[in-house]
Design a protein around this ligand. Structure first.
Ligand SMILES: Nc1nc2c(ncn2[C@@H]2O[C@H](COP(=O)(O)OP(=O)(O)OP(=O)(O)O)[C@@H](O)[C@H]2O)c(=O)[nH]1
Length: 696
């Protein structure tokens, strides 16, 4: 009860206050209501405006995308837009589709962007590309060069950019790629061209320079496999010097040493006619008849051969390109190959000159060595020296046999005087020294030009010289060069250089060298003749041809020394023509000379090889009889005396001699011995001449 009354008191107390405040409260509420209404209206308008704005933006974005797409669709730049999160292509233009070899955006997603295998031949992997996509979200832009595997018309190289964009509300990446294949190809070509030129300019071996050219050509003519052949002028063959590693070895081996002839595939034919040869389809081309199976196995269906011609018009080699399909070069292809073919010509010519120079140096050294050998031959051992030089020449000329023939004009005979040959021929060669009949005048006609002649299958040896090749097999590669040897403008022999196997051919330079050698041998022989004659003159008496006094004294000294050392014995005969003064006086000095010569001949015929006869001076002769005692010496002297006495000389009366014989006694010197013989001779004169008396 109490509580109800207290409540009533409170209400009665607040009532006047509430009555006074309530209009204000109502007013405040009203104001607040108005404010809220006003605010709500403004927000609504703003929301409305915003909604309008959003709608417009969205519409303009879509318009922009459409504009962008139509712009990209026409572009030669490859463009695609990739949903960054889902890795899906949202848009790709035609250029991009062609570049990646696909037909639509979905294929680009499934066959490229989400397929790691498609990236195998690309310049980077799918993982690396994805890393770039992630990077672009941080940096906004990435630029790079991309080598694509490339299709038929597709670009090989793209200069690319990736930019981060929002596309159709998605976080996306915009890809652009500009085709820079032509620039890249040019760069690469320049690089290859530079490499090839450097190799040619440097001292690189020919096969290396030509391999660089092969690489260059294969860049210039896509899908072609290339080979470069070098012409071997001596063998008239093409040597496979450089070629694509894609050409199988049996193909290379078979085309190596291709003859320069029609029907020797494209290269051999082009080399023989010195013109371009295009075999559009080797299966039906007759120039490939002999090589068809080989081409089939190597996957060669067409060939294009360009001969390589040197500055002087000589054939240097051949460049050949092979395709695995029926193919003909376009004018552009022909243009493109012009420079490399010129480079090949430069490389081969440079190599040839270098080889020639090296050969000349070696050749000059060898020629100098052989010449020095010949000109400084020890005249005591000339024959040995000449045979040694023949061996050196054999080595130099790569010959199997080198020989010297000597012609004896008087006897009309020819024989091999010096010879060297390889071991294999030793038992086949004709005997050295055997004489064969010849007609020197007809040989003189054959070698009138005094230049060497090469005899081979086409130009056989004249019948009288056939003995030179006797018992040696003859065949295509066998040849003998004969360099005439002249002495005092007379043909006196030949230097012969024989080859029985394929080797270096007889080039003009080699032929010239052979003749130089023949001339040197002629000079050596003349010198030897001169030396022999001087040596002969130095020890022989000019009138009689017997040993002279100087030589007799030498023999005497040697014999005395020998007998003193070995307690041996020898005897001397000294004889003198009887009354020779009277012969001179009556028949003249010339007749006297003739008598002296005849006596010398008779003496020479009556002494043995071991005995030495000479002219002691004037009309005095001395005979030295080794290992001969007094009795035997007297017998020899008697025999000579009788022979002379019985001989019918040119003068109409007999010629007699008186002789003194002395035998060596231990301890004698030459002078003592001669004195004793002389004394015996005087005794013979005193005793009436025409007799033999021995010393006591
Ligand atoms: N025709 C010629 N005569 C020569 C040669 N050498 C020497 N005589 C001569 O030989 C003669 C030697 O004469 P002598 O010494 O008087 O002796 P000889 O007349 O033979 O008389 P004997 O010896 O006593 O028998 C000289 O008249 C010389 O001139 C020569 O090479 N030729």
């Amino acid at each position: 009860m109490m509580d109800a009354s207290v409540e009533a008191d409170w209400i009665s107390l607040l009532k006047p206050f509430l009555l006074w405040v309530s209009p204000f409260l109502a007013l405040v509420f009203l104001v607040l209501l108005v404010v809220f209404w006003l605010r709500a209206r403004r927000l609504g308008r703003q929301v409305y405006d915003l909604t309008l704005e959003v709608g417009a933006s969205s519409r303009s974005l879509r318009t922009a995308d459409r504009d962008l797409q139509s712009l990209f669709d026409q572009s030669s730049i490859a463009v695609f837009i990739l949903d960054h999160r889902r890795r899906e292509i949202l848009y790709a233009n035609n250029t991009a589709l062609t570049a990646f070899g696909v037909s639509d955006a979905d294929a680009l997603t499934s066959r490229v962007i989400q397929n790691p295998e498609a990236w195998e031949e690309s310049s980077f992997t799918l993982l690396e590309f994805e890393a770039l996509l992630d990077k672009v979200t941080r940096t906004g832009l990435q630029v790079f060069e991309w080598r694509l595997p490339g299709g038929e018309q597709a670009p090989e190289w793209l200069d690319c950019s990736l930019s981060f964009i929002t596309y159709l509300g998605n976080q996306s990446v915009l890809f652009t790629g500009v085709n820079i294949t032509a620039r890249k190809r040019n760069d690469a070509l320049e690089k290859f061209q530079l490499r090839a030129m450097r190799a040619i300019a440097s001292d690189s071996p020919l096969n290396q320079s030509l391999s660089q050219l092969v690489a260059l050509i294969e860049r210039l003519i896509p899908r072609a496999r290339c080979a470069v052949f070098v012409h071997d002028a001596e063998q008239r063959r093409l040597r496979w010097t450089a070629g694509s590693s894609d050409l199988p070895s049996p193909f290379q081996d078979r085309l190596d040493e291709l003859p320069v002839a029609f029907g020797a595939a494209g290269a051999g034919t082009a080399a023989s006619i010195r013109e371009r040869v295009v075999a559009r389809d080797v299966r039906s081309d007759q120039r490939w008849d002999a090589f068809r199976d080989l081409a089939e196995q190597a996957g060669v269906r067409s060939s294009w051969a360009e001969p390589v011609i040197g500055a002087n018009g000589e054939l240097l080699g051949c460049v050949e390109l092979y395709h695995d399909e029926v193919w003909t070069p376009s004018e552009d292809d022909v243009d493109r190959l012009t420079a490399p073919v010129s480079l090949a010509s430069l490389a081969i010519e440079r190599h040839h000159w270098q080889a020639k120079l090296e050969q000349m140096i070696v050749s000059e050294q060898s020629v100098r060595r052989i010449s020095t050998n010949l000109l400084t031959l020890d005249m005591e051992r000339v024959d040995e020296g000449i045979v040694g030089t023949c061996a050196t020449m054999g080595d130099f000329f790569q010959a199997d046999r080198v020989f010297i023939c000597q012609l004896e004009e008087a006897s009309h005979e020819i024989s091999i005087s010096h010879e060297w040959c390889i071991r294999a021929l030793a038992r086949l060669r004709p005997e050295t020294g055997r004489k064969f009949p010849v007609i020197p005048s007809s040989l003189g006609v054959l070698f009138r030009e005094s230049s060497p002649q090469v005899f081979d299958e086409e130009n056989p040896l004249p019948p009288m010289l056939e003995f030179l090749a006797e018992r040696l097999e003859r065949g295509a590669d066998k040849s003998v060069i004969l360099g005439p040897i002249f002495r005092n403008e007379r043909l006196t022999g030949f230097l012969g250089i024989q080859k029985t196997s394929a080797g270096q051919a007889w080039t003009p330079a080699r032929t010239e060298t052979a003749q130089l050698m023949a001339s040197l041998i002629g000079a050596v022989m003349t010198r030897q003749e001169l030396v022999n004659s001087l040596t002969f003159q130095a020890v022989h008496d000019q009138l009689t041809g017997l040993y002279n006094r100087h030589k007799l004294e030498n023999f005497l000294k040697q014999e005395v020394a020998r007998c003193n050392r070995y307690s041996s014995v020898f005897s001397l005969i000294i004889f003198d023509l009887d009354r020779f003064k009277s012969i001179n006086d009556r028949f003249g000095h010339n007749e006297g000379d003739s008598v002296l010569s005849t006596v010398a001949q008779l003496v020479d015929q009556n002494v043995r090889e071991s005995e030495v006869a000479g002219r002691w001076g004037g009309e005095e002769f001395l005979i030295l009889l080794p290992e001969t005692g007094t009795d035997s010496a007297i017998a020899v002297a008697e025999r000579i005396r009788e022979t002379i006495a019985q001989h019918r000389f040119s003068i109409p009366e007999p010629v007699t001699i008186s002789a003194g014989v002395a035998t060596f006694r231990a301890g004698d010197d030459p002078h003592q011995l001669v004195q004793r013989a002389d004394a015996a001779l005087y005794n013979a004169k005193d005793a009436g001449r025409n007799r033999v008396i021995s010393a006591l």
